[in-house]
Design a protein around this ligand. Structure first.
Ligand code: IMP
Ligand code: MG
Length: 177
């Protein structure tokens, strides 16, 4: 499938499954090296990161935990800037190495807010691991230590990412045609 239709929009393949999995493996290896001797807690941000998190975690060879949190600020194809509350954090992260797992850092507002909320709980360390990043759209100073792929300012779907709730269930990533 080179193109897919979701509601009113047509999308074409831009990043293949092979390429995604190669980059996920590269970043997982980096984390395995950096956290040797530690037991990190991965906090995967729902909904968009669920597929990335499952591939990433299976490439992590460290003893670790994963928990899923939710914090959404996106509707349709543009950021609303509206920040919602963090829900679902049911592990005590105080003093522990925490890695936030996100699908995409766009303006960075969502991540900046999330990091601020998490810092209040005094984790031992706190880093971001994102599948994708749109560096040209970043609006806040954000230190993203682990990033699989940098992409241009286009709207994308697939491999967990959605357009109006749909399109999460593809193996490749698609860009608005
Ligand atoms: P930010 O606050 O602008 O960084 O928005 C981050 C959130 O917006 C991500 O976690 C995604 O859920 C969503 N998002 C940003 N860009 C895209 C995109 O191109 N496709 C689908 N969702 C996106
Ligand atoms: Mg998200």
């Amino acid at each position: 499938m080179d193109t897919i239709q979701i509601n009113d929009k047509r999308f074409k393949v831009s990043i293949t499954e092979d390429r995604i999995l190669r980059e996920v493996k590269r970043v997982a290896d980096q984390i395995n090296r950096d956290y040797e001797g530690q037991e990190p807690v991965f906090l995967a941000v729902l909904n968009g990161s669920f597929i990335f998190a499952s591939d990433l975690l299976r490439a992590i060879s460290l003893p670790c935990e994963i928990s899923f949190v939710k914090l959404a600020s996106y509707q349709g194809v543009s950021t609303t800037g509206k920040i919602r509350e963090l829900i679902g954090l049911n592990v005590d992260i105080t003093g522990r190495p925490v890695i936030v797992v996100e699908d995409i850092v766009d303006t960075g507002l969502t991540m900046a807010h999330l990091l601020e909320t998490l810092r209040a709980q005094r984790p031992g360390s706190l880093e971001v691991c994102t599948l994708l990043m749109k560096p040209d759209k970043l609006e806040v100073a954000l230190d993203v230590k682990y990033c699989c792929l940098q992409i241009p300012n286009d709207f994308i779907v697939g491999y967990g990412l959605d357009y109006d709730g749909k399109g999460r269930n593809t193996r490749d990533i698609y860009t608005l045609a």
